[in-house]
Design a binder for this molecule. Structure first.
Ligand SMILES: O=c1ccn([C@@H]2O[C@H](COP(=O)(O)OP(=O)(O)O[C@H]3OC[C@@H](O)[C@H](O)[C@H]3O)[C@@H](O)[C@H]2O)c(=O)[nH]1
Length: 328
């Protein structure tokens, strides 16, 4: 098989499955490679599925040789900040070792275009807001460090082995498929919006808020929530950028706008009619108080604009996956 295949490593996960769907809708043939450790077979509904581990370089070489993809999108990673502090070995193995295994397969099998899921966690606590790509990358947890090392690996491989890459530094991925076909199903679920919706639906007793004494207008942390449909579109634009001969890039994917935890809880109440029961807790280790992106470079280089990332669309699309009806 050849032509418009795109290898989607980690394509059974939250962002990967939404990207596979959009690739398919746009005429590409996604080849999803996933070990199903955190991804879900039920989310692999577009293209071909190959079950395999990112650390299995030989298998990846075979898959690249069989499918000759025009680009490789690398989503496969462990992605819990808290867990990375407790089990850094897992993060260095999966995220650093895994990235090297995939890049080795690309090198040996001749795949030249790589798109990488990086993170705002590579910046740590920024000196300036909004965060620009030139901001110093000083991650404050092992997860962020593994993502930064992977970015550096891409840059070094690019110089030596003709590989070209786009590193997409996501801010907070959120929402769910606009058509309602797939959603966010992490186990365990640790992210704010899903947990707030679970608390609103009564499937957990309450949402723990990690700190209301931050130096922010309402005391809670501020993040830049970007809809998964927008993230998916950025990946398709990144594929086109590389296929058209574009240069290496590292760009933020955010909206430029920060939202506090309390603002999210207000929106859930307004849109679903359900209160979110909360309990206050101490600050969570490793949480920067305020993060939001300057999205200008992604607009300039990829033509990317967030279209679905207003808070209401995020909550409206995510809520049904947690059994909540949304008011019209
Ligand atoms: O139950 C919760 C969960 C989260 N929060 C708070 O809500 C905010 C958002 O937390 P999330 O866990 O959803 O997301 P984070 O900002 O920690 O990291 C996220 O974004 C960067 C990505 O690279 C990470 O993979 C992702 O986890 C933080 O301030 C956090 O302390 C709570 O108050 N209660």
């Amino acid at each position: 098989m050849s032509g418009q295949n795109v290898l989607v490593v980690g394509g059974a996960g939250f962002i990967g499955s939404h990207t596979a769907k959009l690739l398919s809708k746009q005429g590409y043939e996604p080849v999803v490679y996933d070990n199903l450790s955190t991804g879900h077979l039920a989310s692999v509904r577009w293209g071909t599925f190959v079950e395999g581990d990112i650390l299995d370089t030989q298998r990846l070489i075979e898959v690249v040789e069989d499918h000759d993809p025009i680009a490789v999108i690398h989503f496969a990673a462990s992605a819990y900040v808290g867990e990375s502090v407790e089990h850094p070995a897992k993060y260095y193995r999966n995220n650093v070792g895994g990235t090297q295994s995939l890049l080795e397969a690309c090198r040996f099998a001749g795949a030249r275009n790589v798109i990488f899921s990086s993170s705002c966690a590579t910046y740590g606590v920024p000196d300036q807001l909004p965060i620009r790509e030139g901001e110093a990358q000083r991650p404050i947890n092992p997860y962020g460090r593994t993502k930064l090392i992977a970015e550096q690996m891409l840059a070094d491989y690019s110089v030596a082995y003709e590989l070209r890459y786009v590193a997409l530094r996501y801010f907070n991925a959120s929402g769910a498929d606009i058509d309602g076909e797939i959603g966010e199903t992490h186990d365990p679920e640790t992210h704010l919006i899903p947990r707030a919706l679970m608390a609103a639906a009564g499937s957990i007793d309450f949402l723990e808020i990690y700190g209301n004494d931050y130096d922010t207008p309402d005391g809670t942390c501020i993040r830049d929530y970007i809809h998964v449909a927008d993230l998916a579109r950025a990946h398709v634009l990144a594929v086109e950028h590389l296929v058209n001969g574009g240069n290496n890039l590292a760009v933020n994917l955010g909206t430029g706008h920060g939202t506090s935890i309390k603002e999210i809880l207000d929106a859930i109440r307004r849109l679903t009619g359900h209160n979110v029961p909360v309990e206050m807790r101490a600050r969570r280790a490793g949480d920067p108080p305020v993060l939001y992106a300057d999205p200008a470079l992604a607009a300039e280089k990829l033509g990317f604009q967030a279209l679905y990332s207003d808070l209401d669309t995020i909550i409206r699309t995510a809520a049904p996956f947690f059994g909540l009806e949304v008011r019209t």
